[in-house]
Design a protein around this ligand. Sequence first.
Ligand code: G6Q
Length: 543
Amino acid sequence: MIDYLMMTCLTQTPAWRALIAHRDAMTDVSIRDLFARDAGRAARFSLEAAGLFVDFSKHPITEETRDRLVALAQATEVEVRRDAMFAGERINRTENRPVLHVALRDRSGKPRWVDGTDVTTQVAAVLDKMRRFSNAVREGAWRGHTGLPITDIVNIGIGGSDLGPNMVCEALKPYAHERLSMHFVSNVDGADIAEVLNRVEPETTLFVVSSKTFTTRETLVNARTARAWLLASGAAESAVEKHFVAVSTHADAVAAFGIDPANMFEFWDWVGGRYSLWSAIGLPIALMAGMDAFEALLGGAYAMDRHFAEAPLACNLPVLLALIGIWHQNFRGTTSQLIAPYDNRLHRLPAYLQQLDMESNGKPVTLDGQRVGYATGPVIWGEPGTNGQHAFFQLLHQGTATIPADMIVCMRPHHRHAEHHDILVANCFAQSEALMNGWCNADAPHRNFDGNRPTTTICLDTLDPASLGALIALYEHKVFVQGVVWGINSFDQWGVEFGKRLAVVIEAQLAAPDAEQSHDGSTNQLIDRYKARRRRLTHVSTR
Ligand code: G6Q
């Protein structure tokens, strides 16, 4: 068991102080110089694991930097805490829960006990149910209430119950079943569901209502609207069971909503929302790409789990990715991290990683309740290349802030347009080279590029389920390692819980004509303005 109260202030540790001194000694060292001095640098600062090749060499780091960062990881007990997570200890202390998304993709079949229950058996049973159901839908055996096969699947969920399956379904489109179209509704903004309902037919649409708690306002409102739409088409109440399934940890709430618990796919409170795509929350992936593809995704993540659990820290991909991030964030003063997938199918990856990283590590206190005295999670943002190059890359090249970038690129595309792919890859490599080298133009300062801008390049052979699984697990473990070094709980989300309660009071005041309002002047004014004007504005569409 880990003794969290033994933690001393991170910035006072010898490992941290040694990094400060090393940072000062490195101030004038450029990445370009490091390459000029060392012909073997690229190979020595690259690593391959679980089908991913990662080049870390375009960062202002030396072997001494790496060793000092690894010493910081050792001093903060990264290995002990990693092992505690894999062992199912209750490392999510504020919610008193184990953190076991790794159990969802453990392909070893070994039993794993939580509170006297073997979760390996539970996981296998749900995977089996997912396989039977997804096969039935894909083969056309599961039919809508008028006997037609399903053609459209609409996932209704938000946050962790949306971003993961949405991102993976976009990434794995080449594996999609030809009859099935996927749709994702998350926002309570009626425009979101209205657009989807305009594109699908009640007789052939299956709704997957995904919510860990089954209390999330947005999801329940959207699910109710979908059910009303089905019934308004003339379907009887008995049709609901053919068109609605649920994914949740709460069978009672699912039944209360009106979905038969027999049509519910279970997961457990030891699966965090943003770590849940490996559970039944991944049902849309299985429906779209098939259960074999879903299990290959799990297999890729498992390969990364084994690497993370077994490789020494100095040659451990998630550990190095995390430590280089800490080098920039805590010792070189950066505040954000760009995710630039040079792959259009990964266009939802930045949004997915935004939640994974910012909801996990956007934390102000340590595990023993002390306010942190250093920066924690960075801002994560991004867009696919080459689009980003024609937009915000200007700031990467010449802005006053340094922004580390992760470039993600596949060696082989799924399409036949080889020339396009060569151009795409050429742009990826050219950008990281230019960001590092810069361009000196003494006569025209506006055309001068300082260079020394750091990038990591992550290469996949092809964007298949296994390599995507490994890529996602790489980032999950990176976030975990950073959280451990910062001494924070990466697995709670009190800011999100706070947000879930905030609108309730105002929602009631919007509904009641004479409601008393005791907000600040600005909020009262906005509520009054909305109430006075909402019914007067004309709709431009009746849909
Ligand atoms: C994830 C967060 C949050 C959550 C959503 C949806 O880690 O807790 O994004 O996933 O708020 O919650 P439900 O799945 O309970 O509807």
